[in-house]
Design a protein around this ligand. Structure first.
Ligand SMILES: C[S@@+](CC[C@H](N)C(=O)[O-])C[C@H]1O[C@@H](n2cnc3c(N)ncnc32)[C@H](O)[C@@H]1O
Length: 242
């Protein structure tokens, strides 16, 4: 399990985010099940590009949630020729509840999963040490200026030719707060989202140096107060140039 992390170091925005996911985690994980196939579609695209290797490849998953389905899928992945495990996963999340669920789900692969609890902005990895970085529905919770800082760090942490997969809001959104989202306010939680919009996000990734290999908008069907609504996300698969 993840070592306990210092929550006193969190900004009020991040502390409220942590409280929000700590209280809604079980409900969120049920609510979002209908979009698992989208996550699986994109992780498969990433895996197609990762090289076969006799050594474990290292993947950072930022905001891994309860590990369902992606961290779990990475933990289970084996090389089709040798049957050997393919990945070591560094699994990060700010929510203790999410991490506890992920640790239970991934207990079988615990020797290949390193949990690092806390704000992804507090992560540090050695330069050119990672084969891939993944973040699904998690960068949208960083203030958008932080998204740029984090993506720059990701670029530095990736090995030359390493891969990035993530999704972002299609609409430009400086900041949105909601303490009622899935009832997240019960223990003082406040949900927060932010984004640059599809065009500018891709521009930022390009300026950082990523070669964008896939850039697609997919609409999620979400249940919102008993109604079904469509929410678009931009999915980006990018590569650090050699
Ligand atoms: C919408 S959920 C997505 C979880 C998972 N990636 C998935 O696809 O289901 C967002 C996750 O990001 C985490 N999160 C939000 N802000 C974070 C931050 N600053 N650092 C690390 N994790 C964060 C939340 O705790 C939550 O588990």
């Amino acid at each position: 399990m993840s070592a306990p992390f210092d929550t006193t170091a969190l900004s009020p925005l991040k502390e409220n985010m942590k409280k929000a996911y700590d209280s809604v985690a079980p409900l969120y994980n049920e609510w979002t099940r209908s979009t698992h196939l989208i996550r699986i579609h994109y992780i498969k695209k990433l895996l197609e590009h990762l090289p076969a290797s006799p050594d474990l490849l290292t993947i950072l998953e930022a905001g891994c949630g309860a590990g369902d389905p992606i961290t779990s899928l990475l933990g289970q992945a084996t090389d089709p020729k040798t049957g050997q495990p393919r990945f070591k996963v560094i699994a990060n999340d700010i929510s203790t509840s999410q991490l506890e669920m992920a640790a239970a789900r991934l207990s079988e692969f615990k020797d290949r999963v390193e949990f690092r609890g806390g704000d992804m902005m507090a992560l540090s990895c050695a330069d050119a040490s990672l084969d891939a970085v993944v973040g699904m529905y998690s960068f949208i919770h960083l203030p958008r200026e932080e998204q740029i800082v984090f993506l720059r760090r990701v670029y530095a942490w990736l090995k030359p030719g390493g891969w990035f997969l993530g999704n972002f809001s299609v609409q430009e959104l400086e900041s949105a707060f909601d303490e009622r989202w899935l009832g997240c306010g019960v223990d003082g939680g406040v949900m927060f989202w932010s984004g640059w919009g599809a065009e500018k996000t891709c521009e930022i990734l390009g300026e950082i140096g990523f070669e964008i290999v896939v850039q697609e908008t997919v609409k999620d069907s979400e249940e919102d107060n008993g109604k079904s609504i469509e929410v678009p996300f931009i999915w980006v698969l990018g590569r650090k140039k050699n």
